[in-house]
Design a protein around this ligand. Sequence first.
Ligand SMILES: *Cc1c(COP(=O)(O)O)cnc(C)c1O
Length: 387
Amino acid sequence: MSRLDSHLAAALERVTRAGQRRTLRATTLLPGGRIERAGRTMIDFSSNDYLGLVRHPLLAERSAQWAARDGAGSGASRLVTGTSAAHLALEARIAAFKHCEAALIFASGWQANAAVIPALLAAIPGTAVFTDRLIHASMHAGVAMAGVRQHRFRHNDLDHLEALLADKGADAPARLILTESVFSMDGDRADMHRLAAIAERHDAALFVDEAHATGVLGPQGRGLSALVPGKVDLVMGTFSKALGGFGAYVAGSRVLIDYLVNAASGFIFTTAPPPAVLGAVDAALDLLPGMDAERAHLAALGEHLRSGLGGMGLDHGASSTQIVPAMIGAEDAAMALSARLEEAGFLASAIRPPTVPPGTSRLRLALRAGHSHEDIDTLLAAIEAHR
Ligand SMILES: *Cc1c(COP(=O)(O)O)cnc(C)c1O
């Protein structure tokens, strides 16, 4: 019993009364787009293991090999003794994969965004920051940590971005645009060509979070930044989604990476990722270029799911990727549908405020390469039966 418990219990009670209490439940990811929870195997439409690499034997094998060879931990932070030859080699591989001069590994995507953004903003005080309304919580954390007020543009509304740049950016010493290439809750894409042109026109730096595009979209899974070579100043992505492992990277110019090594708190003051984590990423990078068939299958599953939802009158927003929202609207209706689907053998998480705007509660359906077209048909039939 801690001295804080009575205060914390009261705070939790407020969350519960608002119907927003969340709890942890144990699950095991299985191959074939399946998942196990409470002894039951379900079809999984909720995890981000898009390419099925979480259970790929090569990742587990190399992870075990590298741990056996180099140990379970890394011993210290990167700038002390935590940098191994494996870290440097992997960073060179990531830089080559992203066609950038250099790359830096972080413990997680959240940590990368929360560490890199304040470091950048500290270098140029007064920088005007422009953010898509739907950017990830970790980017908001980074901007908040910098103590900078952000200029938010309506989601994917690049006319609005341009108007804000002209209005709020012209007199600033620098301008920084923060966005995602694939949005995590909507599965739609940013228009990279137009973003790149706008950044150029307004002399703004472009920071793109590729958490959901890395491995899945762009040539050989290099992400959507690959569509505009040399135009994105800083690309961030994770190893924890399509790559099936854990951790994240930031890629860009050599100067950018050298600066982050010297300035990003969440890089400097944290222990280096351990060998097992690096081994899995290394194996995933071996596999990615050869996974065009899986990427094409995911795209086809997405089309199939969207056309089925549309056929029953369910809005799927502007999704054009492996993430497909089925818009329900009211929070309790989305929660109830998700619960009925779970009883019927489908894990399809409801996403509600504050993660998404009020009135846009939805099922966030994430596709996995292990799914079959029949899996999509049975899901669609279950949604139709239970909504
Ligand atoms: C998942 C995610 C992150 C965080 O990455 P982790 O490695 O899970 O910490 C950052 N940005 C976006 C857009 C994400 O979806």
